[in-house]
Write a protein of this length. Structure first.
Length: 407
């Protein structure tokens, strides 16, 4: 467990940055998120100018892997290594352990960003991801094993999702080495349905009712375990079926109904009274919208129609994952920097810009005539939103807490 070292910590930004897992994980994740968006914006601009980039990895393959595995895992580890030990009543991971894992994964992501132009760098990046993520999952499973608390449900669900994430990264490595397009499909489906969606749903299930209860009067937290197990069970079944190219209409309908019911049960409307809480609830509402679009798309395919393209995927990834990421990371950053839990004007603006990104990207799939313009608008809005957020919040990770406490 990393121990506070008094004044030397306050005087050294690098020591402050490494003084808690969320500081290092969130800062690396934010920079890689911004870098990924900048490179994708460059790709879209080159298309609009009819001057395509000369690369060795096709845009779709590179974009899919980087957006699923490039930065989200760093935010996840930063959060779970900070909050998870409290759930389990165990010591936090040692500085050497979590720093090596986070830095190794971040270097892998940098290699993957450059890997668009060099297959060897892409392979090295994915390989580092597999190594770092496997170690990260092992650290988390060890924490679960050493915990004596009775309630380990959320921790175990995240552990299973982490393990599946390693499998997805291995599939991506197999795709790159063996040039097997099916393996790339496996990597993306496992990444979305096996890792990202289960982790976001698990953390939402545990934390949103808790945050709501601490802010809203006469609020009763509702988070039954049957709901968590049903949501995650459906996700993992969908991951398997989609890897096998089997229609997932039934499970998509179940997921959509449960998610929309949960959003209502968690009192989405009441949450509007507090901006920071509303950010979490509105982001969660995108999960129901995204899966509903997936159910509609699956239903259309069952009757011989073409479906909704990538609209459901981007409603889920940009709508749910990215807006929830902004909302959650903003709240954690404020709380763990000793600042008031109040969403300032810039946080509120960047949050809504990300909603605009999701809407533009989804509409681009549904209205083909507007597609190029909406794709570019989504990319530019995303770069603007994350740049503004990084400018204000990133320095907080290497600054001492304003309340004088440590961590």
């Amino acid at each position: 467990m990393y121990r506070w070292n008094g004044e030397s910590q306050l005087q050294n930004p690098l020591k402050i940055l490494s003084s808690a897992p969320h500081r290092l994980g969130f800062s690396l994740g934010a920079l890689l998120l911004l870098g990924s968006l900048l490179l994708w914006g460059l790709e879209l601009l080159s298309r609009l100018a009819a001057q395509p980039l000369v690369t060795v990895i096709p845009a779709m393959f590179w974009h899919g892997y980087v957006m699923v595995y490039g930065f989200f895992p760093l935010f996840m580890l930063g959060f779970i290594y900070t909050a998870g030990p409290r759930w389990l009543s165990v010591n936090s991971p040692r500085l050497l352990h979590y720093a090596l894992v986070l830095l190794c994964f971040a270097v892998g992501s940098l290699f993957c960003l450059a890997g668009r132009w060099c297959v060897l760098l892409m392979g090295a990046g994915i390989g580092l991801h597999v190594l770092a993520w496997s170690c990260a999952a092992l650290i988390w499973w060890q924490a679960i094993y050493h915990s004596n608390v009775l309630d380990k449900a959320h921790a175990r669900c995240i552990g299973v999702a982490f393990s599946l994430g390693a499998l997805g990264m291995l599939a991506a490595l197999y795709w790159l080495i063996g040039q097997q397009n099916n393996a790339w499909v496996w990597a993306i489906e496992i990444g979305v349905w096996g890792l990202l969606l289960p982790v976001f749903l698990t953390v939402s299930h545990r934390m949103i009712p808790f945050f709501s209860q601490s802010v809203l009067s006469a609020y009763t937290a509702w988070r039954p375990l049957w709901l968590l197990y049903t949501l995650l069970g459906c996700c993992w079944v969908v991951a398997i079926l989609r890897c096998l190219h089997i229609n997932t209409f039934v499970f998509s309908v179940v997921l959509a109904v449960l998610l929309m019911y949960t959003s209502w049960r968690w009192q989405l409307v009441a949450a509007w009274s507090v901006k920071l809480l509303a950010m979490l609830h509105l982001a969660f509402a995108w999960a129901g919208v995204g899966i509903l679009l997936w159910a509609l798309s699956d239903g259309m395919q069952l009757v011989g129609q073409g479906g909704l393209g990538f609209a459901p995927l981007h409603a889920l990834t940009l709508g749910f994952f990215c807006t929830m990421l902004l909302a959650f990371v903003t709240r954690v950053t404020l709380g763990h920097s000793g600042r008031p839990l109040v969403a300032g004007g810039l946080a509120w603006i960047t949050y809504w810009l990300m909603h605009g990104v999701a809407a533009a990207r989804v509409l681009g799939e549904l209205i083909p005539a507007w597609q190029n313009g909406l794709y570019l608008a989504a990319a530019l809005l995303a770069v603007l939103a994350i740049t503004l957020w990084v400018k204000v919040y990133l320095p907080m990770y290497w600054q001492a807490r304003v309340d004088g406490n440590h961590g």
